[in-house]
Design a protein around this ligand. Structure first.
Ligand code: MRU
Length: 372
């Protein structure tokens, strides 16, 4: 279990009343640790859209619990089954890029298919809980497989510090435990490997500076926050041994959608022969889409996220404008890194190259769209 000031924490859990889903409000970190209750589907959708919860695996688990809430709220409606299906569709549409959202809803919906209105509730709750446990275990395994890569570099450097660069937050806050990109870091730290993490600030919402830095700091892992544009410079000067990022959706052909700026990091890594790994659980693979650039939907968010910045001023969280009032801003939230720029994937089943055959070699039971 991940610790915050000695206390075991996850970003989502079911309250002991058995009906309320509780989440850490990630909008408030790192300055306040606030827990929000989710009891209605509207609240679940708000939490996903406003990024109270974010990061692909956590979006998937929240969506799964959202289906449980939909099942609860369906009781007593004139047509509970129709209400339930409608609510599932609304959850699926909350954010477009992370495929875990659709995956989480569909997995719970399939588990309750054909059940009566009362049994649907308990089964949905159990399935959502099962997904949360599985994702935690997947991330633990990603850590074990990724550790080998970090240890190899450490040996090549005769035990000198391994410098790892990461973008956005693909930590336990974005998952359930360990994180995806951070899992090998936590595993390496536990084994005493000397590591240091370059944390991209990740404009506009600063998931790196706010969340990854907070997580790593709470765990005692040495890290330094850098601007999003610093990565290329650090790589040119031999200050990055390895890049590990997460992903919101990866095609079964190996194209990677992740937080805006990931592609530029991959280009710089390629130019400087720095290994560039993407860590993901199988729930983040899209087994249908083939061409990531053409086909993965890229979320465009409110331009005000760019025009304003939020931070602590004299003990209070304030939001201030940083652009001219009249300037337009465009907020493309993700980009796609083509498979050719990716050194490999770190999954719960092991590490593989970024191509269709290698991915299918690890997940032979999944068939891509061209094999159907
Ligand atoms: O907009 P966000 O904060 O949800 O974006 C998150 C990311 O881009 C993460 O890198 C990705 O979801 C992987 S989380 C393990």
């Amino acid at each position: 279990m991940m610790k915050v000031d000695g206390k075991d924490m996850r970003p989502i859990w079911l309250h002991e009343d058995g009906q309320t889903v509780q989440v850490i409000d990630q909008r408030r970190l790192p300055h306040a640790l606030v827990v929000l209750d989710l009891k209605k589907v509207d609240e679940v959708i708000m939490a996903i859209q406003e990024m109270v919860v974010r990061g692909a695996p956590l979006i998937g688990v929240t969506a799964a619990y959202g289906v449980f809430i939909a099942a609860l709220n369906a009781l007593g409606r004139s047509d509970p089954a129709a209400f339930f299906n409608q609510e599932c569709d609304r959850i699926k549409a909350a954010r477009p890029t992370a495929i875990n959202l659709i995956w989480g809803v569909e997995r719970v919906a399939a588990a309750v298919n054909g059940l009566d209105d009362v049994s649907r509730i308990e089964t949905a709750r159990d399935e959502a809980g099962r997904i949360a446990e599985e994702e935690a275990e997947n991330c633990r395994l990603i850590g074990e497989h990724g550790l080998v890569i970090v240890e190899d570099i450490s040996k090549q450097k005769a035990g000198r510090t391994v410098n790892i660069l990461t973008h956005c937050n693909a930590g336990w806050l974005a998952c359930i435990e360990y994180g995806t990109a951070t899992a090998p870091m936590y595993a390496a730290f536990e084994r005493g490997v000397d590591i240091h993490i370059w944390v991209d600030e990740t404009r506009p919402l600063n998931q790196g500076a706010r969340l990854t830095a907070w997580e790593l700091g709470k765990h005692g892992i040495d890290h330094t926050i850098v601007t999003d544009n610093a990565g290329g410079h650090l790589m040119q000067h031999g200050m990055v041994d390895l890049v590990i990022v997460g992903t919101d959706r990866t095609t079964h052909t190996g194209d990677v959608a992740n937080k805006i700026g990931t592609y530029l990091k991959a280009l710089a890594a390629h130019d400087n022969q720095v290994p560039f790994y993407v860590a993901l659980p199988s729930s983040t693979f899209d087994w249908e889409l083939k061409d990531g650039l053409a086909d993965i939907p890229i979320e465009e968010r409110d331009p005000d996220e760019i025009r304003y910045v939020q931070g602590l001023y004299q003990g209070q969280v304030k939001k201030v404008m940083i652009s001219p009032e009249a300037s337009r801003a465009a907020n493309h939230a993700f980009d796609v890194t083509p498979a050719r720029l990716v050194t490999g994937f770190i999954t719960e089943r092991g590490v593989c190259k970024a191509n269709q055959a290698a991915i299918q070699g690890l997940f032979p039971e999944k068939t891509g769209s061209d094999n159907i």
